[in-house]
Design a protein around this ligand. Structure first.
Ligand code: AMP
Ligand code: MG
Length: 340
């Protein structure tokens, strides 16, 4: 199969619709990352998505719908504060987990009595969702565990020859996946941090908690996706906390002495600390939003240019950075402090 990359236009949208109607999958842009889309009502299409990605079969998918889609077709109950959240943040990078049973293919939510629904703001995504007028499940369009894609080229690099069409909507502005918010309880619960932060949600509905899985005890975790190692570049990748710049430098020097190709990923104000040192410096940016937008592209660049990536965590840790750090920490292993 040849994989076509096409800008979004009436012809490519019609082609995408036809592929979806036939039970196929199409990659589509969103404002967060690119998704691998298929008909949420079609068991085979949903199974195909799991297969192509190599995604664990207990990691549920998010259904994407257009702004005017009638949610009552796919959810059982609309919790009282959900309307406020939708008015404040949608369309946008927020996924709401609603009570929902047997509304879409049972493979979408992997046996959970809930359905995660997102209304993306990306104009190309909206155009595609309008064109098909059905919920489209669309996990990030990367091979499972690899770095999520923020451009059509990233999708092509992972799925060339495996999918017929990538709708090209340019580079994703957001850069990290949506905030996933469980709204089935009295207080909303963040299952995955993202660009819509806890603080922003508290302002709108008064309260919001963050789910911290206990990997030892939780038998049935609320959101299986949070358990998996994720976002990993195909080179060795280690990270140092922001206050350990000196340790990072020592580590880099040791590795350079072994003739390893090393790259360092750090926030802009640290770039000069690492320049002219025999390492490639990947500049994550200045602001949290910029760092979110650049992170995945740079992790993919790292795997092309080095054998070892050393990431230094940015100093800021709150707000949008919660989501960025969540991804960075799962992409790069922590370096143990050696006690002499
Ligand atoms: P991805 O599609 O790769 O962005 O991952 C989707 C994320 O949403 C994963 O972390 C899933 O665990 C989570 N998710 C999807 N559906 C549900 C659901 N019904 N309940 C809880 N989490 C969900
Ligand atoms: Mg993903």
């Amino acid at each position: 199969m040849t994989t076509k990359i096409e800008r979004i236009c009436p012809q490519s949208l019609a082609e995408a619709k036809e592929i979806i109607k036939q039970g196929g999958v199409v990659a589509m842009p969103t404002e967060t990352v690119y998704g691998l889309g298929g008909n949420a009502f079609d068991d085979n299409a949903v199974k195909k998505i799991f297969e192509i990605k190599g995604r664990p079969s207990n990691n549920p998918l998010i259904a994407h719908v257009h702004l005017d889609y009638d949610l009552s077709k796919i959810i059982d109950y609309d919790p009282p504060y959900a309307q406020k959240l939708r008015e404040a943040f949608l369309p946008g990078p927020l996924t709401l987990v609603y009570p929902s049973k047997n509304r879409v293919s049972p493979f979408v939510s992997c046996g959970l009595d809930t359905l995660a629904v997102r209304i993306p703001s990306h104009a190309g995504a909206q155009a595609f969702l309008k064109e098909v007028d059905i919920p489209i499940v669309a996990p990030s369009a990367n091979i499972s565990k690899h770095v999520s894609p923020t451009s059509a080229k990233h999708v092509f690099d992972d799925f060339n020859g495996k999918i017929p069409l990538i709708l090209d909507g340019g580079e994703c502005e957001g850069g990290i996946e949506s905030t996933v918010l469980d709204i089935t309880g009295e207080i909303p619960l963040i299952l995955r941090p993202g660009l819509i932060t806890r603080e922003m949600i508290v302002k709108v509905v008064g309260a919001c908690e963050e789910y911290i899985p206990d990997l030892e005890k939780d038998e049935k975790v609320k959101s299986p996706g949070v358990l998996y190692q994720h976002y990993t570049p195909r080179c060795q990748a280690f990270r140092f906390a922001s206050e350990r710049v000196k340790d990072a430098k020592n580590h880099i020097n040791q590795e350079l002495e072994k003739n390893k190709k090393v790259a360092v990923l750090c926030e802009r104000e640290l770039v000069k600390e690492f320049e002219n040192n025999g390492v490639a410096v990947l500049d994550l940016g200045n602001t949290p939003a910029e760092m979110a937008a650049r992170l995945y592209g740079l992790l993919r660049e790292a795997e092309d240019i080095c054998e070892l990536l050393i990431a230094v965590e940015p100093k800021e840790q709150n707000g949008v950075m919660t989501g960025v750090l969540n991804r960075l920490r799962r992409a790069c292993q922590e370096v143990e402090i050696k006690q002499n």
